[in-house]
Design a binder for this molecule. Sequence first.
Ligand code: B12
Ligand code: SF4
Length: 449
Amino acid sequence: MRIKFILPALEEAKSPYWRPIKYSLFPPLGLATLASLCDESDQVEIVDEHVEEINLNDEPDLVCIESYITNAYRAYEIADSYRKRGIKVAIGGLHATSLPEEAKNHADTILLGLGENSFPKFLKDFKDGNCKEFYQQGEVSLDNLPLPRRDLFKQEKYLVPNSMVFSRGCPNKCSFCYVSSFYKGGKSFFAYKVDRVLEEIESMKGKHLYFLDDNIFANKKLSRQIFKEMRGMNKYFQGAITVDSILQDDTIELAYEAGFRSAFIGFESINKQNLIQANKGSNIGKDYIAAIKRLDRLGIMINGSFIFGLDDDNLDVFDRTTEWAVSSGITTATNHILTPYPGTSIYDKMDTDKRIITKDWRLYDTRHLVFSHPNMTKEEMESGYNRAYKNFYKWSNIYKSSKEHEEIKMKLKHFTYAGAWKKFEPVWNFIIKNELLSKTRGALVKTLK
Ligand code: B12
Ligand code: SF4
């Protein structure tokens, strides 16, 4: 059977605001995971619209599409186009899980939640000619699963082909996070066994790794075992952690010894009332500066994630947050306008309170205000968000922030990494166009080291 897996890109892919480098970072790991569950006799391909054109005129037996919120309409367009020609379509992923009835209008089958358990069942039913309209996640175990089919990726099209996960979900319950919708009502954290994690790491060539787990310290016992085993593997990796997990014990030191060099941290807000609204227990009352200093001393860079638009924010939030981030030596900042994804607790509350102003999912890209805010208009929020990014990445601020580190090595790393990420867009575009991304991976490792 011919099975075509598709990761659609949001419409922005065709717009002048599109940042090719951002979307050429990671290959579609979820789809490679599902592809590994197909029969050996199946002919399987993965198409990622972020980096290539999709041929919609071919004739696969089955099309499987991953949808998250911003690519949902494009996913539906692709699905409709295949179904018009009588080709069967299944849709899964985050958005289909939060709004299965919406997605069902465009697919023969919707699979909710993690696909590890349901997808093989669906494939069998499909082959037997009696598939259902909806498949629930069911009892998921991540034991004894094959490695993702990375051989199906067009490796040369990505800066970070070595992305992987050793867990899914997160035990925390932040009100804005997709975790509260995707894993609604059930277990919200799943993990692989240590041996399998090591096998997967060893299966990938190159020194760089990116763990896409929601929180690589979510199960400390597991992370500590993995980090201990990774010592001496000569890998350098990046991943997401929480503020409290840095301060608790010496897991961060173990992670550093294993090669951890850049941490994505959801600081979200520097205002306690906002953290309470966000139910961000891992940050409330925690000493951000102590956490930052601890990472700095070790030599771990920080990508700080911030949310604008929690209810206690005022017009000054953009400049205050940027000043704080610069003066704290945060290497890169990822800013978001608060976006209530359907199915999350913050969405449910806002919907009940009639605060949602649009349900056009394309605008749920964390750059647009999609709900009414008590203290700011849409224009104020969006222009403040743009200003915050612009200011954070001014050369003068990159320089100033680099100087905040104690060691000269960290100052240089900071300056190079932040500059390369945000200041050389035309160079990245040239590199991507000429399929030279693989040549830059060595430089990335050198900067991280
Ligand atoms: C890597 C990543 C990206 C990458 C690339 C995406 C990619 N190549 O997959 C990049 C950088 C491009 C990206 C960009 C954005 N992202 Co993003 N991203 C992620 C991240 C960190 C990991 C995704 C991943 O690989 N997970 C691991 C794999 C194994 O799981 P999976 O993909 O979910 O697949 C499993 C299931 O979902 C299911 N499944 C999935 N598809 C299908 C299909 C079928 C048929 C079936 C049966 C099952 C199934 O089975 C799979 C196996 O278990 C997630 C967070 C997360 N933890 O998932 C956010 C996340 C998906 N991103 C998100 C957002 C909002 C964005 C942006 C809008 C952010 C922004 N402001 O720019 C953009 C939009 C990009 C766009 N084109 O529209 C949100 C989505 C929220 C939502 N409700 O949809 C998430 C959840 C982050 C968050 N915490 O809010 N992202
Ligand atoms: S700690 Fe991070 S991943 Fe976990 S629920 Fe909160 S925002 Fe989501």
